[in-house]
Design a protein around this ligand. Structure first.
Ligand SMILES: Cc1ncc(COP(=O)(O)OP(=O)(O)O)c(N)n1
Ligand SMILES: Cc1ncsc1CCOP(=O)(O)O
Length: 533
C-alpha cells in the first residue's frame, strides 16, 4: 500500500537513535510499541550505523510502518531511501541539496529539511520540501547542538514566514515561479520535547496564520521503558493541543492577547462606569490595575464631555438599576454613540424582576452595544429565551453547552453585538457579515463565584479592552483570558486561603500579567484553555 504524502499525519513524529534504547528492549521493539501507542511517522536516524546495518534495520522497521500505514523517513541517506523504497528523507542544512534529492526521488516522496531561522524557512519554501523540522527548541542530550536553542518564540517567528502567502507573492521574482503556495508546508518542532512540555510547545509556537503540525521526539520515546505508554501519553497531549491551534480564530486571539494586554496599559483608555453601588470600588481598582482610567458617573451633564475623551468607552451595568437610572443609561448611550464610542452592556440580574426585564428591554431596543456580557441567567433573559434560572441577581441554572451556545447565538444574531456568557465554562460568540466566530473557554477558579462583583469587574476589563481595539470579539476574549488565567495564578501563589485573600491576589496577578505582557513575555497565554465550537 503506497502512502499519499498529501495526507500524512505529522502529529507524533518519532525519530530513532538506537544508542538510547533501554537494555531490556531493542530498537525494533521500541518502534513497534511507539506505533502501537500512536506514532504517526517514523524517521530512522542512525548516525553510527554502517550502510548494510542501516538497511537491515530499515527493512524491519519499514515492515512495521507499512503495516501501520505510516511513512518511514530516512535521515540523511538518499541511498538508503532508494534501497528501502522508503517514503521519504530528512536532511539538515549541510546535507545534500533539495533539488538534487528531488531529482532522484521524484515528486511523490516526502522531503523534510531542518530549519533554525527565518532565512532557512524562506529557502524551504523556495525548495520543494514537504515539511520542516524546526529546532532545536530546547536543549537536548540527544544531539550536540551547534546553535543555542530557539525556544518557542523562535519557532513562532519561523511559522510567521513559512506559509505566508503574502511573502510568497513578494518574493516571487523568479525563484518561486510565482506560485502561490498551493500546498502548506507542514512543520514539526524538535529538540528537548517530551510529554510534559509538548502542550506548551504547540500552544506557544504559532503565528496568527500558521501552526505546528506536530512534534518530533527522540529520547522521550526511544529511551522510555514503556514506549507504548510514553507515546500514548504524548499523542493525547499533542492531539488536543493541535486541535485547538488549528482554529484560526484561536490563533488570532492568542496572538493578539498579550499585545492587547500591553496596549491597554500603554494607551490607558477611559472607562466610564454607570454601575451598581456594590462593586464601584472593586471595579475602579480592577480598571486601574490593567492601566485603564476609571470614572464612575451617573451625572448626565458630564456625559458629552466624557464621551469626547480619546479612547473612552461606557459600561452600563444594570446591577442596581432604578427607573430613573434607565433614562441616564439611555442618555449615556446616546452621548457615546454620538462620538462613535463603544458601549458595553452588563445586564446584571436581568430576569430577576419584571422591572429589570423592562429596563433591559428598553436598553436592547436602543441597541448598538459592542459587547453584551452576563451570566447564564442574564444572557438567557436578554435573549428572550424562556426559563432563565435566576435567584435574585445570581444565575442558578446550567444548561448544556449546546443550549448555551444556542442562546448566546440567538442574542448575538438579533443584536449584532459580541455576546459573552460567563460561567464555569464561558461562551463567546459574534456574528458579522463575513462569518460567525464561536469559542468556549475553560479557564478560571471557583473562587470567582464566591466573591461579589466578579462578573461586574470582568465587565470593566471588557470595556477597557473594547475601547482600544476594533475587533470587539478578540478584545473580549483577551480580557476574559487575562481575568480567568489571573484567577488561577492567584490561587497558585499559595497566599490564598479563601475568597477573602483571593481578591487581593487576583488584583496582584492581573497587574503581574499586565507587566509581563508589557515586557513582551507572552508565556502566560499558554495556559489558555480555549476551544473552537
Ligand atoms: C524532524 C527532524 N527535524 C530535525 C532533524 C535534525 O536534522 P539534522 O539537522 O540533519 O540533524 P541530524 O538529525 O542529522 O543530527 C531531524 N533529524 N528530524
Ligand atoms: C535530531 C535533533 N535535531 C535537533 S534537536 C534533535 C534531537 C532531539 O532529541 P530529543 O527529542 O531527545 O531531545
Amino acid at each position: 500500500m503506497s502512502i499519499d504524502k498529501k495526507v500524512v499525519d505529522y502529529s507524533v513524529y518519532l525519530v530513532t537513535d538506537s544508542s538510547l534504547v533501554p537494555e531490556s528492549s531493542s530498537l525494533v521493539r521500541q518502534v513497534e510499541e511507539a506505533i502501537r501507542g500512536g506514532a504517526t511517522i517514523v524517521q530512522l536516524r542512525e548516525k553510527e550505523a554502517e550502510t548494510r546495518d542501516f538497511i537491515e534495520i530499515g527493512k524491519k522497521i519499514h515492515e512495521l510502518t507499512r503495516k501501520a500505514g505510516i511513512p518511514l523517513i530516512i535521515n540523511d541517506r538518499l541511498d538508503v531511501v532508494l534501497a528501502l523504497d522508503a517514503e521519504g528523507i530528512h536532511v539538515g542544512q549541510d546535507d545534500m541539496d533539495i533539488p538534487t534529492i528531488r531529482k532522484h526521488l521524484g515528486p511523490e516522496k516526502i522531503i523534510g529539511v531542518s530549519v533554525s531561522n527565518i532565512e532557512e524557512a524562506r529557502q524551504a519554501r523556495v525548495d520543494d520540501v514537504d515539511y520542516v523540522g524546526i529546532g532545536a527548541v530546547f536543549g537536548t542530550q540527544t544531539k550536540n547542538l551547534k546553535k543555542s536553542p530557539m525556544g518557542t518564540g523562535g519557532v513562532s517567528e519561523i511559522l510567521m514566514v513559512l506559509n505566508d502567502d503574502e511573502e510568497e507573492e513578494q518574493s516571487a521574482s523568479g525563484e518561486t515561479n510565482g506560485n502561490k503556495l498551493a500546498r502548506r508546508i507542514q512543520s514539526v518542532a524538535i529538540g528537548g520535547i517530551n510529554q510534559s512540555n509538548a502542550e506548551s510547545v504547540i500552544k506557544e509556537s504559532f503565528s496568527a496564520h500558521d501552526h505546528l503540525d506536530g512534534v518530533a521526539v527522540v529520547s522521550c520515546i526511544i529511551g522510555a521503558e514503556d514506549a507504548f505508554k510514553a507515546t500514548k501519553q504524548l499523542k493525547e497531549t499533542v492531539v488536543e493541543a493541535l486541535d485547538i491551534m488549528k482554529s484560526r480564530t484561536i490563533r488570532e486571539l492568542l496572538a493578539a492577547t498579550t499585545y492587547m494586554v500591553a496596549a491597554v496599559a500603554e494607551t490607558s483608555p477611559f472607562v466610564h462606569h454607570m454601575t451598581n453601588t456594590v462593586v464601584t470600588n472593586f471595579s475602579a481598582n480592577m480598571t486601574i490595575t490593567v492601566g485603564a482610567s476609571p470614572a464612575m458617573s451617573e451625572c448626565v451633564e458630564e456625559f458629552d464631555d466624557f464621551a469626547k475623551i480619546p479612547n473612552s468607552s461606557l459600561l452600563i451595568n444594570m446591577g442596581t438599576a432604578t427607573f430613573e437610572g434607565l433614562a441616564r443609561f439611555q442618555a449615556g448611550m446616546k452621548a457615546y454613540y454620538k462620538q462613535n464610542r463603544r458601549v458595553v452592556l452588563d445586564p446584571v440580574g436581568a430576569g430577576a424582576s419584571q422591572h429589570r426585564k423592562n429596563v433591559l428591554q428598553q436598553l436592547l431596543e436602543l441597541g448598538g452595544f459592542a459587547v453584551i456580557k452576563g451570566n447564564e441567567g442574564e444572557i438567557t433573559a436578554a435573549a428572550g429565551v424562556e426559563g432563565a434560572k435566576v435567584r435574585g441577581v445570581d444565575s442558578v441554572g446550567s444548561e448544556s453547552i449546546e443550549k448555551r451556545f444556542e442562546i448566546v447565538e440567538k442574542l448575538a444574531s438579533t443584536t449584532g453585538s459580541v455576546v459573552l456568557m460567563t460561567g464555569e465554562e464561558d461562551v463567546l460568540v459574534h456574528h458579522d457579515k463575513k462569518n460567525t466566530r464561536k469559542l468556549l473557554f475553560r479557564n478560571g477558579h471557583e473562587y470567582l463565584s464566591k466573591i461579589t462583583g466578579s462578573g461586574c469587574v470582568l465587565g470593566s476589563l471588557v470595556t477597557a479592552f473594547s475601547a482600544c481595539f476594533e475587533d470587539a470579539f478578540l478584545a473580549t476574549g483577551a480580557a476574559l483570558l487575562l481575568y480567568t488565567i489571573a484567577s488561577e495564578r492567584a490561587v497558585e501563589t499559595g497566599r490564598v486561603h479563601g475568597p477573602g485573600s483571593f481578591v487581593p491576589a487576583l488584583i496582584d496577578q492581573i497587574y503581574q500579567i499586565s507587566q509581563e505582557s508589557q515586557n513582551r513575555d507572552s508565556s502566560w497565554i499558554s495556559r489558555a484553555k480555549v476551544y473552537p465550537y
